[in-house]
Ligand binder design. Structure first.
Ligand SMILES: NC(=O)c1ccc[n+]([C@@H]2O[C@H](COP(=O)([O-])OP(=O)(O)OC[C@H]3O[C@@H](n4cnc5c(N)ncnc54)[C@H](OP(=O)(O)O)[C@@H]3O)[C@@H](O)[C@H]2O)c1
Length: 333
């Protein structure tokens, strides 16, 4: 960007959470923005600093204050629980802020479905766009609320959307997903407590995880989605099983994915060299590999990302870069 160009003012609510801290790390060093304020929860918090962010963001993190948030920012990033995001977004919009929401509050468009999965979202304002940057770049430039995809859907949709759009895959699609524990946020539960999870792997949320309907909404295909918790801090790896449309070749799968991501700086196609979490941890990359068995018309795709970066904060900043007209890689590569 031009050295003299005016910087955008951005603020973060939920800056003490796992996703919010990553936002702080990225936005404090982003050359196109001024991070004006970072906020934590209103009810429990006092101004505090985060030792891990010393020399990156030395200002205190202050309690949530909507007036200050709207006065000090053109774009507000929300890394809050769904219920809080659902409640405050209408007020932020009234004050002409644009919102980049990491929560699920505004991802589901169908009213009935949303009431079922996100009952806390009472108002669904105009100008909400589901914002998977690689797929919806052109639809989101004028959005008032960018509803960033969930971490599991990001990995699933990057693998499957191009193939579904090309009509190459049949239903149902089976997604076997594994996530590290930071995917559940910083408040420990029986399931995520170190001594419960360390040395174990568990399936959860079968047919009842909120990311299932989100994936189905975007693919418009039937999906069996089974998440698992694995004893890692961060990272998601999804093994996706698909039956191919009759007479689909390995070459067609490869060409479809290569065409879809020819201009996507954060999707790395690894082909038969299947991706691993260690190669994407702490980055905004989604690595995507696949193996096709033409004899049985089957394919297995493996999609892998860091849930806190490409699955949350990094993707949110990538969206800001697109809507603000920065190079998509700014602050991320
Ligand atoms: N973790 C992931 O991998 C991931 C990925 C994609 C999307 N997301 C979404 O991003 C959002 C944040 O997730 P997270 O994992 O970072 O959660 P988290 O670690 O639990 O952090 C939650 C943040 O929200 C703040 N907060 C909690 N209650 C609040 C209230 N009543 N008013 C204002 N602020 C409040 C917390 O502040 P205090 O520190 O003061 O409590 C904290 O800063 C969630 O909607 C989640 O679904 C998470």
């Amino acid at each position: 960007m031009d050295a003299g160009a005016q910087k955008l003012r951005v603020a973060i609510a939920g800056a003490t959470g796992y996703a919010g801290q990553e936002l702080l790390r990225i936005l404090a060093r982003h050359p196109g923005v001024t991070l004006t304020t970072a906020m934590s929860s209103g009810t429990t918090s006092k101004p505090r600093s985060m030792p891990a962010l010393n020399h990156i963001w030395d200002n205190p993190i202050v309690p949530l204050d909507l007036d200050r948030l709207t006065a000090e920012a053109d774009f507000v990033f929300l890394a809050l629980p769904e219920a809080i995001a659902a409640k405050i977004v209408p007020s932020l919009l009234k004050k002409e802020c644009r919102v980049i929401d990491l929560s699920g509050a505004f991802r589901i468009r169908n009213n009935e479905q949303r009431r079922q999965w996100y009952p806390e979202t009472v108002d669904f304002p105009k100008g909400v766009v589901y914002a998977l940057p690689e797929r919806h770049r052109d639809h989101m430039r004028l959005a008032r609320v960018l509803a960033c995809p969930g971490c599991y859907p990001t990995a699933a949709l990057l693998a499957l959307e191009p193939l579904a759009a090309a009509g190459l895959i049949e239903e149902p699609i089976i997604i076997d997903a594994k996530s590290g524990l930071s995917g559940a946020g910083k408040t420990p539960s029986d399931r995520t407590h170190f001594s419960e999870n360390h040395g174990s792997v568990a399936a959860y949320g079968v047919f009842s995880h909120r990311h299932g309907p989100e994936i189905i909404q975007e693919l418009q295909k039937s999906v069996i989605f089974v998440p698992h918790l694995v004893p890692l801090n961060r990272g998601i790896l999804e093994t996706i099983y698909v039956k191919l449309r009759p007479a689909t070749s390995a070459k067609q799968i490869e060409e479809t994915l290569k065409t879809a991501y020819a201009d996507a700086p954060f999707v790395r196609l690894t082909g038969e060299m299947l991706p691993e979490i260690k190669n994407v941890a702490y980055t905004n990359f989604c690595d995507l590999g696949w193996v096709v068995d033409e004899a049985t018309q089957s394919a297995v795709l493996v999609s892998c990302l860091d849930n806190l970066i490409k699955g949350a904060a990094g993707q949110a900043v990538q969206n800001l870069n697109i809507v603000a007209g920065f190079d998509e890689r700014t602050g991320l590569l």
